[in-house]
Design a protein around this ligand. Sequence first.
Ligand SMILES: Cc1cc2nc3c(=O)[nH]c(=O)nc-3n(C[C@H](O)[C@H](O)[C@H](O)COP(=O)(O)O)c2cc1C
Length: 420
Amino acid sequence: MEGILFPRGVVEGREGLEDYLARGGYRALEKALKGQDPETIVQEIGESGLRGRGGAGFPTGKKLAITRECVEQPHYVVLNGGEDEPGSKKDRLLMENLPHLVIEGLILAAYAVGAEKAYLYINREYQAATQSMAGGLAEAREAGYWGGHLLGSDYSLELLLISAPPNYVAGEDTAALEVIEGREPLPRQKPPFPAAAGLFAKPTAVNNVETLANLAPIIARGAKWYRTFGTEQSPGTMIFSLNEEVNRPGIYELPFGTSLRFLIEDCGGGIRDGKTIKAILPGGPSTAFLPSDRIDISLDHRSVLEAGSSIGCGVVHLVTEGECMVEETLRIAEFFSRESCGQCPACRMETNMLAAILKKVQQGQGGEALLEQFSKVIDFNKGKGFCSLINMPGPPIESALRLFRADFEAHLATGRCLNN
Ligand SMILES: Cc1cc2nc3c(=O)[nH]c(=O)nc-3n(C[C@H](O)[C@H](O)[C@H](O)COP(=O)(O)O)c2cc1C
């Protein structure tokens, strides 16, 4: 079974059914169907401490338990393969290279919540991933791992592939449900949350691809084994993405609790061109910047939260010395302004305003009073949208301003970056 938990060793090329079976694949499903009731599966996942890898870190066992316990029928499971977070490639690579690991996780989740149907919602721009998963589905069906009476049991499951629009909001769980129901990717107001009232208003567990890729190893080897990796509150491993700022961009799966320095220096080969770090964005564009002296921070949910940021979905972005935080935050604000679906007036107004204020700062228009506007706009709109996109631009902008005010003051005074 070695290698299942650590895809790093096996991500070179696509793993077909034969190779997956040869290293213990589908053994977890056989074990579950032949000897464990669904409650035991949910309990085991709960005990493993697995937390969602889609960004929020919600306990997976808890989500499956909520769906499972709903009396309303039928129940559904959705694999969320939207992955439009800038710089994130982990879900796409898992689907391209380890389709059966992902499919087995999805089937286990469906069995655990008592779903008769599960959907694979995959970004339509990821053609290799879609093809790989479609091929995996065909191989797995042929072998009896899904369809009618799985492996001769009483349980039957239908799996359906859905093409997801390639925009950021389409990855939000309720927007995904809208698409599956045949509508535009517009988030729904919550509550109710999908776990209790999701697809066609029925209980639905929506899970990230990487999250589901953890289920087979957990069921095959047990929660106790899983907890031998990572920390008490963040057990297991997480796949981190590094991009062009380092010498070896790529995805790296590491146990939670590994230091950020190890990820950057040992995995990523250090910063390109021997540059030094100015700021760290530890979990993607919606997380707060950390100063460079936090490079030894432990990569786990609690440590990053205590440092004032969040681990998000593991895309680590590094700003190097000489780069300007006004330009950085403007790029982020423009991203959210572009990606806001426009459904909620508060989100449209907030994201547009933040980008416009930053543009003014960049061009040196207006006095220091402009810098006080950010928090006012952010605080006024907090929580006023159907989804959390409205809360996303706040942390990077407010932290950049707090940590690197001189960059903003220089732009206001001269219309240029501090170092130019
Ligand atoms: C704007 C927005 C975009 C999102 N995009 C994705 C995505 O592409 N993939 C994903 O798994 N979760 C995404 N999420 C989070 C999902 O709403 C949801 O929390 C996640 O799929 C739950 O899976 P998990 O519990 O396994 O993390 C997004 C959330 C928001 C607010």
